[in-house]
Ligand binder design. Structure first.
Ligand code: ADP
Ligand code: MG
Length: 327
């Protein structure tokens, strides 16, 4: 059973950046206003997240790494109207099957923090009381130490580190009220650092640079019949000669939509010179019942009801902006 769980876990968690995405979403669900990420060796030696959220109750430490354990679903109905990020209860369990996982956590009501280590979904021993402030630290060490096929499929530590930085950057832009940092273990300077209560524009300047921040054009659109709300920032300048940088959040989850991406490329092919690619950030809110949540955790591709019509409306909103700035 352990081997089967390990294989399943390797499907859910494919690289350090995937694991980190799940952990960031958990920290956001726990209402953190500060999230600090520390990594070593592209997250393979160490991938650690520290938040100042609600914390985990001592008694819950026993079960948080069991498969399908979640505190976020109360009744079956919730499955069709998920508003929090987590709903599968699989992330921590999966990580604990392919790495050494240690949780140090404290809730507001408990007198001290507790530290617990896990192996294959189970506590290694009773949680140990220790000093600590409210919030949760999760340390993932030696990721894929027991899955050589996964380890071999990874890119260099440098490449894995830049994927991690990309995930942190995107969440920091979308959650500008939350302070984020990314640091390599042992170094004093952070790779990324945003302050709590910043604006999107502040964080774009900090992370992607002022040359993009000063070109941002705000877009928004809404439709009560199609039940969508769009907000975001686009640019009408070249950001990269390689590919478009497209940050897409649907109902606050970092996702991908090929339909939307193709449409953006098509629109920009008219407005930008050949081989230039823009920076685009869109946040789309849809009726949760209209979003296909029944996707495999590794498939970030999302589909939703009335996709063509919604994409058309986004296209129109974008064209209006781009046309406005070309005249
Ligand atoms: P899910 O997020 O789908 O519920 P996870 O495996 O990601 O499942 O997490 C399991 C549970 O552990 C969560 O439901 C939550 O109760 C708890 N948890 C995980 N990370 C944190 C955190 N940073 N702060 C507070 N609780 C957490
Ligand atoms: Mg989760």
């Amino acid at each position: 059973e352990v081997v089967i769980n390990r294989i399943a876990a390797g499907e859910v968690i494919q690289r350090p950046a995937n694991a980190l995405k799940e952990m960031i979403e958990n920290s956001l669900d726990a209402k953190s206003s500060n999230i600090q990420v520390t990594v070593k060796n592209g997250g393979l030696k160490l991938l650690q997240i520290q938040d100042n959220g609600t914390g985990i109750r001592r008694d819950d430490l026993e079960i948080v790494c069991e498969r399908f354990t979640t505190s976020k679903l109360t009744k079956f109905d919730d499955l069709s109207s998920i508003s929090t990020y987590g709903f599968r209860g699989e992330a921590l369990s999966s990580i604990s099957h392919v790495a050494h996982l240690t949780i140090t956590t404290k809730t507001a009501n408990e007198k001290c923090a507790y530290k617990a280590s896990y192996i294959d979904g189970k506590l290694k021993g009773p949680p140990k009381p220790c000093a600590g402030t409210q919030g949760t630290q999760i340390a993932v060490e030696d990721l894929f130490y027991n899955v050589s096929t996964r380890r071999k499929a990874l890119k260099s530590p440098g490449e894995e580190h830049s994927r991690i930085a990309d995930v942190v950057s995107r969440y920091a832009i979308h959650n500008s009220k939350v302070g984020f940092s990314l640091k390599k273990q042992g170094e004093t300077l952070s790779d990324i650092r945003t302050l709590p209560n910043s604006t999107v524009v502040d964080n774009v300047r900090t992370i992607y640079g002022n040359s993009i921040a000063r070109e941002l054009l705000e877009v928004s659109s809404e439709d009560e019949v199609l039940k969508f709300k769009l907000q975001g920032y686009v640019t009408n300048v070249n950001y990269s000669t390689k590919k478009m940088v497209f940050l897409l959040f649907i109902n606050h989850r970092l996702v991908e939509s090929t339909a939307l991406k193709k449409t953006l490329e098509q629109v920009y092919s008219v407005y930008l010179p050949k081989n230039s690619h823009p920076w685009v950030y869109l946040s789309l809110e849809l009726d949760p019942r209209n979003v296909d949540v029944n996707v495999h955790p590794t498939k970030h591709e999302v589909h939703f009801l009335h996709e063509d019509k919604v994409v058309d409306r986004i296209k129109a909103a974008l064209e209006e902006k781009l046309l406005g700035c070309n005249t």
